[in-house]
Ligand binder design. Sequence first.
Ligand code: HEM
Length: 162
Amino acid sequence: MRTEVRKVAGDSPIEAGHLPRLEFLQAVIHESLRLRALVPMAAVRVAKRPFRVGPYLVPEGRVVAECLAVMSLREDLFPEPLNFDPDRFSSRRPQHYEWTPFGGGRRICTGKGFAQLEMLTVMATIVQRCRLRLVTEHNQAVRKGHLLVPKDGLRVVLEKRR
Ligand code: HEM
């Protein structure tokens, strides 16, 4: 990530024009969102009328939800799904109904574009200027509201790069 950011922006502040060229960093963000679902259960809908999903008949009034955390671990979509491998997104953009950390359909996250732009800008700036050192070794993910978060928080030391 650092090599790419240095190549694209050098020591200059990260600007909008740099972002489309940060392809590897973008892939790292896509892969992080896949493997560490922030919203494990989303796209909650109530069936207005009966409909079929594969072999299942969903009756009217039934609540259906997509489990994003399970979806992103499907082996047929993401071979060796537990491996952190940004390269699965380096030559191929995430597909709409395979990679769904922001939900899908009409009620897809309104902030999807903004959140991704923000993550790319912030991560590029951090990688360019700082070194991150993880302090917390092991951490169980737990539900907090509708989010999945580290049980005991996550301590990271931020060191300024010289
Ligand atoms: C990494 C950051 C974020 C993630 C992973 C995320 C994920 C999600 C998910 C999974 C949904 C449910 C979509 C569905 O039901 O199909 C959602 C809805 C929503 N998100 Fe986000 N979100 C993020 C950031 C943001 C930001 C930054 C904003 C606002 C600036 C935002 C605004 C919304 C709104 C308004 C909805 C409700 C949309 C609706 O029901 O029509 N989100 N988000």
